[in-house]
Ligand binder design. Structure first.
Ligand code: SF4
Ligand code: SF4
Length: 382
């Protein structure tokens, strides 16, 4: 059973937030994976333009400082996105990262965008999965001596939640790999729930949505999705306020999660002993940081988890979210606030545990974990 260390995000003058996160890393003993001179890829996400709840760069700095203390040479990295936006090519991605505060002067580490200018650079690595026997991985993941995933743990419209597994799998997949992971996602529009606002039409990064005259005699137009042009990013699902867009019966969100986990395994294929992960369970929004806005968090801030096992850390983080009462004035309704499946209450029909079960099945990690709370040292917060 893998250890998952946890420290709450409650803080005061006795121990400040960043000091607590340094303590968390000391307990994780990063020295087991970082050696003198190692090039250490700190895999994170720099957030999208307009999003305001992505991981704070000061949190990433804590990891950078620990890696440097151990003699490692850290760099921050992420691969370009499949969809249009502020991170589709390395030039725009770098600008987004800098505008969101991830400059060297804040984090203490340079940025290397993985996967080349347009995200077409990759190397093929073997993976023993149900869906893939090989994966197209951005070279920075493969060339680094060690990888530390630093993820913002939050909801996701296709995977239920995004944590370490998504940060690694979707995050290190090259453009072609991302297309293969998303190929099973097919959103559809329920015409009777569409009010013709065209928000999805304006937001769709691939222009895959057309507004067509309603066949049912409604006065307004309705959205229709061109399956050929759709890349399955799921952004329209989060954009539609009437709930008219959902993942269709042709899709199986569990398969996307399984494919993503197989990509995570491929990214770590020669580095399982040179890997660590941190999940910041803070600002747990219902959707991903790839959106250009941030809804209220669905649960109060919880804390930070750290582990050497990418499956255990996500399993523990999911449980920590589900164990607290949900927040009012969030995407959760009354029943959802009390539900033991917070992300499932927001993203109906998506079983977020599929990624954890598949990670355990393919041997990437363990779904059972031993949670070691570092707040126990502090009786007032235990
Ligand atoms: S966002 Fe929803 S309601 Fe608006 S046009 Fe698209 S499907 Fe219809
Ligand atoms: S999933 Fe939705 S937003 Fe994404 S490409 Fe397809 S239609 Fe457009």
């Amino acid at each position: 059973m893998s250890k998952v260390y946890f420290i709450s995000s409650r803080a005061d003058s006795r121990e400040r937030n960043l000091t607590k996160y340094h303590r968390l890393l000391k307990n994780l003993d990063l020295g087991r994976i970082v050696s003198e001179g190692d090039l250490v890829a700190i895999k994170t996400s720099f957030g999208e333009q307009g999003n305001v709840t992505y991981l704070r760069p000061q949190y990433v700095r804590v990891v950078v400082e620990e890696v440097k203390r151990l003699g490692g040479r850290p760099f921050l990295t992420d691969a370009n996105t499949l969809y249009a936006g502020g991170r589709q090519n390395s030039r725009d991605h770098m600008i987004t990262a800098l505008e969101n505060g991830f400059g060297y002067e804040v984090t203490g580490a340079p940025i290397v965008i993985a996967g080349g200018l347009l995200g077409f650079d990759y190397r093929t690595v073997p993976v023993n999965g149900d869906h893939f026997s090989e994966a197209k991985i951005a070279p920075a993941a493969l060339d680094a001596d060690a990888i530390i995933s630093v993820a913002h743990f939050k909801g996701h419209m296709i995977c239920g939640f995004g944590g370490a597994l998504k940060n690694l799998g979707m995050g290190f997949g090259a453009r072609a790999g991302k297309q293969m992971m998303h190929s099973d996602v097919h959103p559809e529009v329920a015409a009777d729930r569409c009010d013709g606002c065209a928000r999805c039409y304006k937001w769709c990064p691939e222009k895959a949505i057309v507004m067509t005259p309603s066949a049912e005699g409604q006065a307004h137009k309705v959205a229709q999705i061109d399956d050929e042009a759709c890349i399955g990013c799921g952004e329209c699902v989060a954009t539609c306020f009437t709930g008219a867009i959902s993942i269709s019966w042709k899709s199986d969100p569990a398969i996307v999660q399984q494919k993503m986990v197989e990509y995570a395994a491929a990214a770590l294929h020669d580095k399982q002993s040179k890997f660590a992960a941190l999940n910041f369970i803070i600002d747990v929004t219902p959707d991903c940081d790839c959106l250009g806005w941030s809804d209220n968090a669905i649960v109060p801030n919880i804390g930070v988890a750290a582990s050497l096992d990418p499956v255990s850390i996500d399993a523990a983080s999911l449980d920590l979210v589900n164990q607290v009462h949900g927040s009012a004035m969030s995407a959760l309704d009354e029943a959802g606030m009390a539900s033991p499946d917070k992300f499932g209450s927001v993203h109906k029909g998506i079983d977020a545990t599929a990624q954890i079960r598949h990670g355990a099945k393919i041997g990437l990690g363990e779904s059972h974990y031993d949670l070691v709370s570092l707040d126990k040292d502090d009786p007032e917060r235990a």
